[in-house]
Each structure stands twice: as C-alpha cells, then as structure tokens.
Design a protein around this ligand. Structure first.
Ligand SMILES: NC(=O)c1ccc[n+]([C@@H]2O[C@H](COP(=O)([O-])OP(=O)(O)OC[C@H]3O[C@@H](n4cnc5c(N)ncnc54)[C@H](OP(=O)(O)O)[C@@H]3O)[C@@H](O)[C@H]2O)c1
Ligand SMILES: [Zn+2]
Ligand SMILES: [Zn+2]
Length: 359
C-alpha cells in the first residue's frame, strides 16, 4: 500500500523548543509493518511530559522530536495483520505507549502489563527494534503498532477522549489498582491535567470522598465543581498537615516539580495508607523521615500510564458514567503558543490541539 499523505508536524530541534520554538517540518515515520495503523490526526492533548521532553528535562532528547501522546483521529491505513479489528475509517487513538515486545515469554507483556515491558517504546522520542524513531501527535499523521491503537467509543467526543489516553489513564490505573472505591477516602495532589482526571475518576470509581490538594486556593472553586468534597491549599492553609492528618486512605500525586512537601503529604494518610507518585519531576524527590511510613504502616509507590486493556476499561467507565473532562481547544497551528501557556500553568485543565484540516 502506498500513501498519498506526508508525515509532517511540529518538531522540537533543541531544548529551546519548549519556549515556543518548535518548527513545522516533515519527518520519516516508523518503518511500515503489517501490524501498524496510520492515523490521520484530528486531536492531540498537551501533556506535562511533552514539556519535560522538549526541554530535555529527564535526559537528552533524540531531536528532532515531535511530541504529543494523546492522539485521536481516523485510521487511514491499516496493516493486514492489525489487531483489535481496526478498519480504515474507524475513530481511533493512541496514548503514551506505541510498542512493547509482546513476546509470550515476556513476564510483563504476557500478563497485561505492557506498560512495564523492558522494551516499551514511547509514542514519541522512542526507537523501534529496526532503529526507526517514534513521532507523536503535534502532527498531521501518526503511525503506531495496532496493539496500542484503541477504538474510541461513540459516546466520547474526540477532544475529550484524546487527553484520557495519557492524562486519564495515568491516574485511573493507580486509583483502580490501589482500591479506590466505596469506603475509601482519596486525595489527589496537583490540580492540573492529570490531577483533574484524578478527581473525576476517583468519583467515577465510587470513592467516599475526594480531597484536592493544590498549592494555592486559586483552583478551589473549580476542584469542587469537578467533584472534590474537600480542598487543601498547601501554601495558604496554616497547619494543613496536622488539621487533615490521618484523613486519607490513598493519595495519588501528580506534582511535576521536586519542590513538594512530601513528608506533610504522608501525614495525611491513615494507617495502612498508600501514596502513589505519578508526576515525574526532573530532579529527585525530597528526603523524608522513615517514621512517616513506619509509624502508620504506609506504602509509597509509583505508576506508569496503563496497559491497553486498562485504557479500554477506563473508556468504558467514561462512557457509562458520562465522565466529562475540562478541556480547552487550541488550533494545531498555534501549538507553540499553547506549549508556552501550558508551561506557565494556564491550562484549565487540558489543552487539546485541534488539527482543523482533519477535524
Ligand atoms: N507516571 C506517568 O506515567 C505519567 C504520565 C503522564 C504524565 N506524567 C507526569 O505527571 C506530571 C503532571 O503532568 P500534567 O500533564 O498533569 O501537568 P500539569 O497539568 O502541569 O499539572 C501539574 C500540576 O502539578 C502541580 N505543581 C506543584 N508544584 C509545581 C511547580 N513547581 N510547577 C508546576 N506545577 C506544580 C500543579 O498543581 P497545583 O497548581 O494544583 O499545585 C500543576 O497543575 C508531569 O511531571 C508529567 O510528566 C507522568
Ligand atoms: Zn503524557
Ligand atoms: Zn514485553
């Protein structure tokens, strides 16, 4: 099958790209395989990880790099060995992961934990076995292995589905795995893209109450509208950690900076409570006293996105419960401005780039 379209998108060429210096250019996508799907992109969310990657914040990025891993669009080319019954014309999406080894003897892939496979390939800034690179969704088209391409349920608009594919699943998965549901009191730290999904999904999963934990009071009204019952402003509320001590069973932290009051967050946990960090700061987490864990038998852990079967489960719950994310549409042509605004913390609560030529 030949293609009549070109792969072109917003490329970061160096760390200054995060300052609004991405360039619209062509690039060579992944080498085509019959298990692949080409997606004509209509929507792509802007994730905090896009910014870390553009600025080489975690590690040197393999420039040129087209970020964006909350991709939704139309399947325009489907390999003869594609999975999931995907057909040309289907509305589909791909999240932060595009590939893993999928070998039967891989402990992770064989047990539905593809997101933890040693050979996991990110949707951007990744390399496939043959050396070709992965390019993300600030773009016209995206090529991805079909195992990681999911059909979008009719009930979910594309602009809402897109940010769920990374932002949504990254909080849905640890909430679900750590017992969020009736009888549980849940805290979400950071009211940003991931954090607002945390509030939404903790409610959708039936938690007794959700506490939003933010730096200032500025997002209080929004957080309550999104579904939180309680709100803590850590820079403004005096003695918040003692006032709210031992009030939460599970905390999911989406904080993207290492400057966080971690020991105080742990004070909020009840006995046997769990703290899961999903935000991925570019520097080390703060040190904390071992007795923060020992005294109450608490656990601290992490979580990475979610496997395809978990994304499907999340989309099903979203459709069933009518979960509505708070998104703001931005034209794909203005991706540079949108990235700068995201970096300035202006998103309420997820920017979604709209590829107007395709939408
Ligand atoms: N584990 C995974 O698989 C995974 C997947 C996706 C993203 N991530 C990571 O999760 C983090 C959050 O991503 P996101 O898209 O939700 O970003 P975001 O929309 O910018 O939200 C991050 C939130 O962190 C809080 N924050 C605390 N201190 C901050 C500081 N010094 N500067 C900026 N924000 C600060 C803010 O909440 P308040 O204003 O309420 O304090 C902010 O809204 C990023 O590090 C991203 O790379 C991890
Ligand atoms: Zn992401
Ligand atoms: Zn594997």
């Amino acid at each position: 099958m030949s293609t009549s379209y070109k792969f072109q998108g917003w490329l970061g060429l160096d760390p200054s790209s995060v300052k609004g210096n991405m360039k619209w250019q062509g690039y060579e996508p992944k080498t085509w395989e019959e298990t692949d799907v080409d997606i004509k992109i209509t929507h792509c969310g802007i994730c905090g990880s896009d910014l870390h990657t553009l600025r080489s914040g975690w590690a040197p990025t393999i420039y040129p790099c087209c970020v964006g891993h909350e991709v939704v669009g139309t399947a325009v080319k489907v390999g003869s060995k594609a999975e999931r019954g995907i057909k040309v014309g289907d509305r589909v999406g791909v999240g932060a992961q595009s590939s893993s080894c999928l070998k039967p003897d891989c402990e992770e892939c064989a047990s539905g934990m593809e997101n933890h496979c040693m050979n996991m390939v990110g949707t951007y800034n990744g390399k496939y076995d043959d050396g070709s690179k992965s390019y993300g969704g600030y773009s016209d088209y995206c090529r991805a292995p079909s195992h990681f391409v999911l059909k979008i349920p009719d009930a979910i608009p594309s602009e809402e589905a897109a940010p769920m594919l990374c932002g949504g699943i990254t909080v849905f998965s640890p909430l679900k795995k750590n017992g969020c549901g009736p009888g549980k009191k849940v805290g979400i730290v950071g009211v940003g893209g991931l954090g607002h999904f945390g509030i939404l999904y903790a409610k959708a999963l039936g938690a007794d109450s959700v506490t939003a934990i933010s730096r200032s009071a500025a997002k209080k009204e929004d957080a309550m509208k999104i579904g939180a019952e309680k709100y803590i402003a850590t820079n403004d509320d005096k003695d918040w950690a003692t006032h709210h001590a031992r009030s939460l069973d599970l905390i999911v932290s989406t904080v993207s900076s290492p400057n966080m009051p971690l020991e105080q967050y742990l004070m909020l946990l009840r006995t046997n409570g769990t703290f899961i960090q999903v935000g991925a700061p570019e520097d080390r987490l703060p040190a904390f006293n071992a007795f923060s864990l020992i005294a109450k038998g608490c656990k601290i852990g992490g979580s990475a996105i979610g496997a395809p079967h978990e994304i499907e489960e999340m989309l099903e719950l979203t459709a069933k419960k009518g979960v509505k994310p708070w998104i703001q549409k931005r034209p794909m042509k203005d991706a540079n401005e949108a990235v700068v605004d995201m970096d300035a913390g202006k998103a309420r609560y997820r920017y979604v780039l709209v590829n107007e030529a395709h939408a």
